[in-house]
Design a protein around this ligand. Structure first.
Ligand SMILES: [Zn+2]
Length: 131
């Protein structure tokens, strides 16, 4: 754990989030700056700086959540990306995409959407229902 890390605080429950998944190693929650409905962040519970430092179980969980998003939002188009520079705790973005979703052929990371708390909660529940 890193005391100053916002994701460590979310994992510990010190900062609220829209939780999608949790097991002994991994945690997934909705990005509060969503580029589309159901935009998730998948993180290891231990504080690793980079995704490359995390064990191979990580990819299995990312796969599982992406497939749940596909069913939850009835799309075959889920994009993933890793930058690692926004928060210094390893995280993978998973974003469901749709035709005419306001992005171009490539997702525009600056195009953040606004959803109500109720909508965000509903998106998290929808994904959980397929896990
Ligand atoms: Zn952390």
């Amino acid at each position: 754990m890193d005391m100053g890390c916002i994701f460590c605080k979310i994992i510990k429950g010190e900062i609220p989030c829209y939780k999608v998944y949790e097991d002994d190693q991994f945690f997934a929650f909705l990005d509060i700056r969503p580029t589309n409905k159901g935009h998730c962040l998948v993180v290891p519970k231990n504080h690793y700086r980079w995704v490359w430092d995390v064990n191979e179980d990580y990819s299995k969980i990312v796969n599982k959540i992406a497939n749940a998003q596909k069913k939850a939002f009835e799309t075959s188009w889920v994009v993933s990306f890793v930058m690692g520079e926004e928060v210094p705790h390893a995280h993978i973005h998973l974003v469901p995409r749709f035709e005419n979703d306001g992005h171009g052929p490539l997702i525009n990371l600056e195009s953040v959407k606004e959803f109500s708390k109720e909508e965000m909660q509903e998106f998290a529940t929808r994904i959980k229902n397929f896990l």
